[in-house]
Design a protein around this ligand. Structure first.
Ligand code: TYD
Length: 139
């Protein structure tokens, strides 16, 4: 079974006659303080992004417009696919999860909330290296 900490999150919606408002507060709606936000748009169904794991950073991914999919792997042979298609729903990804983001609709805006500032040295971009770190070399 894939890492149990990976989970979909539902955020409070405070809609009224003026429109909808969704709130995401660090340490309340998501399990970390938000240090960084980036967003991905103008992708398409041909593109695969991510393809890395992070030694330190936890993420929450939300498709605030359009849709995409996230495939997660645990380095031990388990994988799962999640669809992101609602602005009030996100996926929580703990550290050391391999992730591919793909199947972006043309109108997709994928916002990524991160627990750490950007540090390229905490990214693992080689899948074999990732499996080695996960299993401690005991594959
Ligand atoms: P990349 O990690 O390949 O994006 P994704 O996770 O969506 O596949 O990052 C693309 C480029 O942007 C790369 O040159 C690194 C840079 N970048 C930053 O400078 N800061 C950031 O917070 C992120 C996520 C990327």
């Amino acid at each position: 079974m894939i890492n149990r900490n990976i989970r979909m999150l539902e955020f409070p919606q405070r809609g009224d006659e003026r429109g909808r408002l969704v709130v995401v507060e660090g340490m309340q709606d998501i399990p970390f303080d938000i240090k960084r936000i980036f967003y991905i748009y103008d992708s398409n169904t041909e593109v695969i992004r991510g393809q890395h794991a992070n030694r330190k950073t936890e993420f929450v991914l939300i498709n605030i417009a359009g849709k995409s999919k996230v495939k997660v792997k645990d380095g031990r042979g388990n994988e799962a696919v999640y669809s992101l298609d609602r602005p009030h729903t996100g996926i929580y990804l703990p550290r050391m999860v391999w992730k591919d983001m793909y199947d972006f609709s043309e109108d997709s805006i994928l916002i990524c909330l991160a627990s750490e500032h950007y540090d390229p040295t905490e990214y693992i971009r080689d899948y074999d290296e990732y499996v080695k770190e996960i299993t401690g070399g005991q594959v």
